[in-house]
Design a protein around this ligand. Structure first.
Ligand SMILES: [Zn+2]
Length: 83
């Protein structure tokens, strides 16, 4: 899920949740999609706090994990030193 899509879903949920009309004039977002959107935004927030390095092979940091003092790309099975 793209960040923009996750933001849209969470914003739509907030509109639905805060609406005083019964029933709400807004459509309730699908709870599964809301959960995925929250997971995405948690990932984005964590990434902005402590960004993972980018893997030289897959050009992404989505599969990077911290193993002790080293980073590793789980997808490419490559290890990187901590600097
Ligand atoms: Zn990789």
């Amino acid at each position: 899920m793209r960040t923009e899509e996750a933001i849209e879903i969470v914003e739509a949920y907030q509109l639905w949740r805060r609406d005083k009309n019964v029933p709400s004039k807004y459509k309730q977002p699908d709870p599964t999609e809301l959960g995925k959107a929250i997971d995405k935004l948690i990932d984005v927030a964590k990434d902005s706090e402590n960004p993972m390095p980018t893997c030289i092979q897959c050009k992404s940091n989505k599969h990077m994990i911290l193993e002790g003092w080293h980073y590793a790309c789980e997808m490419c099975q490559l290890e990187y030193s901590g600097d």
